[in-house]
Design a protein around this ligand. Structure first.
Ligand code: NCD
Length: 308
């Protein structure tokens, strides 16, 4: 089902696929706890080709491959490669698909991972294509929610920040829409609302969704508060960015209005939208479970793509 397949968008996943990934990721959690890793990917090589900055996605893919015994070609800051001499994405990807067994790519343009998949003779994993998608982040976010609450249906998920440019929002909302009974709230300034096509698509799938500018009214009913930063790099006018970047700040006061059973997530990096004063609150999972789950999910995906 997964072997040799690209991972480009969450649209490609069925509920059964997601169950398979979650089951594998749980096994990886146990494996890491018991032994640190294994050698099932010994002899396999992963290229990580990153044309945009990354800490967690890059780092967790690297450690995922290494914990399973595989090797890596880590290319972060692709400016130091032949790309700086004008090489096309096509040629770069062709090259690394000759050397390695899987290519993980992050790129500023929507659709770049799909272009890479055309050029590659090996599976390509989209690690973020501009304002498009970030399917592996959605999987780890889903895994975190599922692990915490066991059942996803019936939950109220409130996403706050940059709905327009946040690729993690785009992927996660589509993935969650596979689960009936889920309620989604999208909270943003007017100019950062969900892309119209995406909200129409979610509504067509029968999702109960609300788009709001104010967060306060949403907090009481929220089970998952998914916070994102305003995506500065997507703005041409930085004055506009400066005006809205701190519209929502999650603090102790915010958490006081939320359920004891809720969780607060963030794909990170945060740039002021969650105050460190809540980091030790048991509901804050962004610096703990959510991050570690990224490693387990990426271990699971690499195993599924590269072994029978
Ligand atoms: C996100 C991304 O790159 O889209 N980060 C991540 O992968 N964990 C979110 C962001 O940069 O705001």
């Amino acid at each position: 089902m997964f072997k040799h397949h690209d991972i480009l968008t969450v649209d490609q996943f069925s509920l059964a696929d997601i169950r398979t990934i979650v089951t594998e990721a749980e096994k990886m959690r146990t494996l890491v706890a018991k032994k640190g890793g294994s050698d099932i990917l010994k002899g396999k090589i992963m290229t990580a080709l990153f044309y945009e900055p990354s800490s967690r996605t890059f780092g967790s893919f690297i450690t995922a491959m290494q914990r399973l015994g595989g090797g890596i070609i880590p290319l972060q800051g692709v400016t130091y490669s032949s790309v700086s001499k004008g090489e096309t994405l096509h040629d770069t990807v062709q090259t690394f698909s000759q050397y390695s067994d899987v290519v993980v790519i992050r790129h500023p343009e929507v659709g770049a991972a799909a272009v890479a998949a055309q050029a590659s003779t090996k599976p390509v994993i989209n690690a973020g294509d501009g304002v498009g998608e970030h399917p592996t982040q959605a999987l780890l976010d889903f895994f975190t929610i599922q692990h915490h609450f066991h059942a996803v249906s019936g939950l109220t998920v409130t996403m706050v920040g940059d709905m327009l440019n946040g690729r993690t929002i785009h992927s996660l909302s589509k993935l969650l829409s596979l689960y009936p009974g889920i309620r989604m709230h999208f909270v943003s300034p007017e100019i950062l609302k969900l892309p119209a096509g995406l909200s129409a698509d979610l509504k067509k799938r029968g999702i109960a969704l609300r788009e709001e500018e104010e967060l306060d009214g949403m907090l009481k009913s929220t089970d998952v508060l998914y916070v994102t930063r305003v995506q500065k790099e997507r703005f041409t006018d930085l004055d506009v960015y400066d005006k809205i970047k701190t519209k929502y700040i999650i603090s102790r006061k915010t958490l006081e209005k939320m359920k004891k059973s809720a969780i607060v997530m963030h794909p990170l990096p945060r740039v002021g939208e969650i105050l460190p004063e809540i980091d030790e609150d048991p509901r804050a999972v962004y610096l703990r479970e959510q991050m570690r789950n990224g490693m387990f999910v990426r271990m699971a995906l690499l195993k599924l793509l590269l072994t029978a």
